[in-house]
Write a protein that binds this ligand. Structure first.
Ligand code: SAH
Length: 363
């Protein structure tokens, strides 16, 4: 096995690589080889989406959560979080801001809740946002596991994409990072329902989890292929001091560099294997290095999700340490992002939804 052959094979057609070859890519240590990997994946990104970066304005709607994931800062049993829930006016105001600033899409994300009240709240909000912008904003939801009925109501009210990370496709890891009553099977079932309801479906994993092997990460890529996903959102695992998995992690420069490298290699490996899916360069990369999101784009990602939540709420939506842009206004965030994207020779896809080419290829 050598890198040159693997990259040639992967760029010629999708789904070309074996598990061993994916592992080979994920295990690259040599700096020059890593650059070759990123370069090849970036070439594929250019083939499918050109020098364009799609953006979605991320609205962190609330941190009330029924789940107790061992890695997440807003887990139910963390008492040190001030809980909040944005009201209808606040979400509408942020959505309008996005629309006025030429965003083509927004993402509504929150902790996980299942109740009629919550379902109805989101449903009416979706109708309000759609009316406000004449249906011009694409709307992605990231609101956790929900019933088929709820997901159908939200789809009918105007949502058309849904992000639900599987977190790890290895059931062994999934069980190790969640309490017993969290169900891997239900999460997979939800992804299937989303597909059946004709959402553009996104999922993803955390990268560099304790004990996670290259074989398991290669398995995650195989899971993405099998589930025929339209979008991938994944990022390095980062510690949060108030969580069981974060309290003993040494957040050293060495740890950060390793997590960043593995995160970038994973983006490249996914691009090389899946070709035309949307891949997000996530905030977790920026938490590891100032220019982390740009590096993600140059490693093959094509979507960025700048935070457009009011700064007063951002500090209470801390999934992990070092969350960037906590004190920054949305105006500052977007100005900074525009500059950074231009600096790597890419351009923001203003006023476009930036739908997944994979979704349309499938239809
Ligand atoms: N409630 C929604 C959204 C969850 S937050 C849902 O369940 O889908 C979005 C993502 O943040 C999670 O899916 C998880 O992958 C990521 N995340 C949470 N804690 C993290 C941590 N400590 N390090 C890295 N990513 C984390």
């Amino acid at each position: 096995m050598n890198l040159y052959d693997i990259l040639n094979k992967a760029t010629a057609k999708p789904h070309a690589l074996s598990q061993e070859e994916l592992m080979f890519l994920l295990e690259i240590r040599d700096e020059k080889e890593m650059q070759q990997l990123f370069h090849a994946a970036y070439g594929l990104k250019l083939r499918y989406t050109g020098k364009m970066v799609s953006i979605r304005g991320l609205i962190e709607m609330g941190n009330v959560c029924a789940k107790d994931c061992f890695y997440c800062g807003i887990r139910k049993s963390n008492p040190n979080v001030e809980r909040f829930q944005l009201d209808r006016e606040a979400v509408l105001r942020m959505s309008r801001w996005a629309w006025k600033h030429n965003f083509g899409s927004i993402v509504m994300q929150s902790g996980e809740m299942e109740s009629e009240e919550h379902t109805a709240f989101v449903e009416s909000l979706l109708r309000d946002i759609t009316n406000m912008c004449n249906g011009e904003l694409g709307i992605t939801l990231s609101l956790g596991e929900q019933s088929e009925e709820t997901l159908r109501r939200w789809k009918n009210a105007g949502a058309h994409r849904y992000l639900l990370r599987i977190e790890s496709s290895s059931e062994e890891i999934y069980r190790a990072i969640h309490p017993q009553n969290h169900s891997f099977a239900r999460r997979v079932e939800c992804l299937k329902i989303l597909r059946k309801l004709d959402y553009q479906v996104g999922s993803g994993v955390m990268i560099g989890l304790p004990g996670q092997s290259a074989a398991q990460l290669a398995g995650d890529i195989e899971f993405f292929r099998k589930m025929d996903l339209d979008m991938i959102g994944m990022g390095p695992f980062l510690p949060h001091h108030d969580t069981p998995m974060g309290k003993n992690v040494d957040f050293s420069e060495n740890f950060k560099r390793q997590q960043l490298e593995l995160g970038l290699k994973m983006i490249s490996a996914v691009r090389l294997q899946l070709h035309n899916t949307n891949i997000a360069s996530t905030t977790a990369l920026e938490a590891l290095r100032n220019d982390g999101r740009e590096l993600g784009l140059l490693a093959g990602a094509n979507v960025i999700m700048p935070n457009i939540t009011d700064p007063e709420y951002r500090k209470n939506y801390k999934l992990y340490e070092n969350k960037p842009a906590v004190n920054e206004s949305s105006d500052d965030s977007i100005r900074e992002l525009t500059r950074k994207v231009a600096a790597i020779g890419e351009e923001i896809n203003w006023n476009k939804r930036g739908d997944s080419p994979h979704y349309f290829a499938r239809h």
